[in-house]
Design a protein around this ligand. Sequence first.
Ligand code: ADP
Length: 404
Amino acid sequence: MAKILVLNAGSSSIKFQLFEMDRQEVEASGLVERIGEPRGRVNYRKFQNGQEQYETTIEEAITDHQQGLNAIGQLLLDQENGALKNAGELQAVGHRVVHGAELFSEPVLITDEILAKLREISFLAPLHNPANLKGIEVSKRVFPKAYQIAVFDTAFHQTLPDYAYRFPIPGKFYSEHGLRVYGFHGTSHAFVSRAAADHLRKPLSEFNAITLHLGNGCSAAAIKGGKSVDVSMGLTPLGGLIMGTRSGDIDPSLCLFMADHLGMTTSEIDKTLNKESGLKGLTGDNDLRNILAAYENGVEDARLAIEMYTYRIKKYVGAYIAALGRVDALIFTAGVGENSALIRRLVCQEMEVLGLSLDHEQNDLRSAGIRLINKPSGSVKILVVPTNEELEIATQSMALLNGN
Ligand code: ADP
């Protein structure tokens, strides 16, 4: 029985899930939060046959990632409530790494050489990669017998053609500094496009789709023959769709104006566009549930935010239909895409001319699994596909171990 632990290490948190890969079942999951703050928290849940068997939350100061991962290791190996009998049972740790630059288009076994390369490209994702690296370094110490594998958010988009990934700026910025479109959420776009092709019984190599990952971060991807050919996020996860706290696409001269006329520093501009913009900048709140409640009550800020948010998505859908030529499916996923019937309705509104015809009754139903929500008359299938980035990381890690 192969077991794989998936780790997603952020700057002050570590999320984890332990998978038993023969049955593809989650055996444990949890979260270490507020690392480095006076009051930290560790949550651990153990499952058997899909049922929660045990849950505990420990509140204590967690000084660093090492201490956080030690706590996870202890809980997983606990004699009574642990999901691992011994450390040897753990075959591999699959790490989510946000940026793989052009170096990584596949998952990779982490060696000292790979670690050095990862450090070299950290500058491309300064908000994410350093924390992912810390997770890897600590995991090597806590689980020394397990293989350590990196799975990259950018990897799936390494198939973009040059005319989609280059920026129209002098070539030296690409050749000397690697400035280009990379795209993110790759594990999610890969997972949902494969799941949709399976569901529709279409060979992946012939499957064309537009995938909309709408969570706190949001991105759209154009998938041709199962491969990513365009993506809305760019050099960093700031570009493209309007997100919880990020602006998405803006006229780049806004940054120059902020610097030259408003005297803002680059880190102030960075904070404004990454943490204070998007839905939060428009309404003061980045949780779409609250904004939808305000929208239903006729609050003006909420109306504007929802209309801007869905209008931007529609423009990307239209552009990707043009890029793909033939589209088999439009796929909604992640927190908003899976749960908000209203957002899906507004995105698909008046898109019949492009083959999108939503079945409102099906759209309003709630269900846990994958489902079709288009009218039979629409030429493009519309699907809600629950994403599972952790399972995708575990599956890709297992495939690497098996030499596939
Ligand atoms: P993350 O990018 O952090 O993984 P998620 O995929 O969990 O995010 O998505 C978070 C977003 O999903 C939040 O904006 C949240 O408001 C939204 N969301 C979750 N449930 C619902 C719901 N029932 N209706 C509308 N939005 C929802």
